[in-house]
Design a protein around this ligand. Structure first.
Ligand code: HDL
Ligand code: ZN
Length: 424
């Protein structure tokens, strides 16, 4: 194939930006659901405005508003208050506010009108399936990975009925209650017919392994995932430590799927904020290194919530090829931190990293979370390629296309040892 070399920095900038804009993305962690999951899939302006990030920001300007009063409001009333507080009474330049406006703009709505009712009528005219198609097409996301938690009744019941799901939506088996609330979770497993007891016995371990096998066979997940608080340590002679050692790791290897660790939350520091009440804590990278070292044949995906953990995590990934780092998670999903973290990762890990995931809870957020991140990743990549040009390295267009495809899911699929189903 004729190689087209990049001739100068202007051409480099233009080509990288266009390649970043047109390369489809595999979004490896979201809270989205395919249409078969019914009202578990959130979309539209009122869901966008009541995203828990915006709820937290609204309360900061409403010292007189009681939490109970807010939670008693309808979704529409909550959205009205968020809109009034964060968009009309104050300029909406926080990332979560800006995101709502990016979505409206990308849908072709008149953001300058500030006419919430006109936005509402636009969404009211959409059906779920046509809107899913529209958002995937506009955001140029090819597939998303869901967060599928069999301990959520509404979700478990739907899995019992669902056959083939939408190929744009991959599954991930989320097991937080198994690892973080064993003292109550074991009772549920027993009720579901698994031969477990509270004590960490071989019988219990086999019961938990059969639970995992059942859901992996049902969901065909890309990976198993857990969110862990900042004080997570491994090894640890606790139910969490033992279930990881005796159940998660062996079953992950049996099915050749990674175990994804999302580490660093501080749960419900303000419980009145509900979903918005979690905070961040400094985590222990050593524990991730211990896991990778103890189980070299098991694949680990990892993202950490504290900015201060990012350098250590990137260095850990240099030590362990069975560790794949991903995303600028949650409180890190802001332009200044995405840029800092992406620069550090590209300098330490090159292409062997997945720089971003969206964590979308509302379908339309795919438009803004990826538009904003594409722009930053392009900026960092241009700098990195520009440094290469300065050494006399010849940059080829098809190699830049290859690199961007790797960063936007290719490295993830290679790490999984699977082909991207969206690529046929
Ligand atoms: O545990 C997780 O997957 C987190 O992403 C939480 O869902 C968090 O509330 C969130 O939405 N972060 O973006
Ligand atoms: Zn998440």
């Amino acid at each position: 194939m004729y190689h087209m070399a990049i001739q100068n920095k202007d051409q480099l900038q233009t080509f990288v930006k266009e390649t970043i804009r047109t390369t489809p993305i595999t979004d490896i962690h979201t809270h989205l659901f395919s249409e078969q999951f019914g009202d578990l899939l959130l979309w539209g302006i009122d869901e966008l405005l009541t995203y828990h990030y915006l709820v937290a920001e609204t309360f900061r300007f409403r010292p007189e508003l009681s939490y109970d009063e807010f939670w008693a409001m309808s979704k529409r009333e909550q959205a009205d208050l968020v809109w009034k507080t964060l968009f009309l009474e104050h300029s909406p330049y926080s990332e979560a506010c800006r995101g709502v406006l990016t979505v409206l703009n990308r849908l072709g709505l008149d953001v300058s009108s500030r006419d919430l009712e006109s936005y509402r009528s636009y969404f009211a005219s959409k059906s779920t399936s046509e809107y899913i198609d529209q958002i995937f097409q506009l955001s140029n996301v090819s597939t998303v990975c869901m967060t599928n938690d069999p301990f959520v009744d509404a979700e478990r019941e739907r899995w019992e009925k669902i056959g083939q799901t939408d190929p744009r939506f991959n599954a991930a088996l989320r097991i937080d209650p198994l690892l973080n609330q064993w003292e109550t979770t074991w009772v549920k497993l027993k009720q579901w017919g698994y031969d477990v007891e509270e004590q960490m016995t071989d019988r219990t371990f086999e019961g938990v392994r059969s639970f995992l096998r059942y859901w992996i066979r049902k969901m065909n997940p890309l990976y198993m995932a857990v969110s862990l608080t900042h004080d997570f340590r491994f090894p640890e002679s606790s139910p969490r430590g033992l279930i990881i050692e005796k159940c998660i790791v062996p079953v992950a290897r049996e099915f050749d799927i990674p175990f994804a660790l999302m580490i660093g939350t501080k749960r419900r520091v303000n419980p009145d904020l509900r979903e918005a009440g979690d905070s961040v804590g400094l985590s222990d990278v050593r524990s991730v290194e211990n896991l990778c070292a103890a189980y070299p044949d098991t694949k680990f995906l990892c993202t950490m919530l504290a900015r201060e953990n990012q350098h250590g995590l990137a260095v850990a990934a240099r030590k362990f090829r069975n560790l794949h780092v991903f995303g600028c998670w949650w409180f890190l999903n802001n332009p200044s931190l995405i840029e800092e973290i992406t620069r550090m990762r590209f300098e330490l890990l090159g292409l062997s990293v997945t720089p971003q995931h969206s964590d979308c809870r509302v379908l339309d957020q795919l438009l803004y979370k990826w538009d904003h991140s594409r722009e930053i990743i392009a900026k960092v990549l241009i700098d990195k390629y520009s440094d290469l040009m300065d050494t006399g390295w010849r940059l080829e267009e098809d190699e830049i296309r290859r690199d961007v495809a790797d960063l936007f899911g290719g490295s993830f699929w290679s790490f999984l040892g699977r082909k991207d189903p969206a690529k046929g």
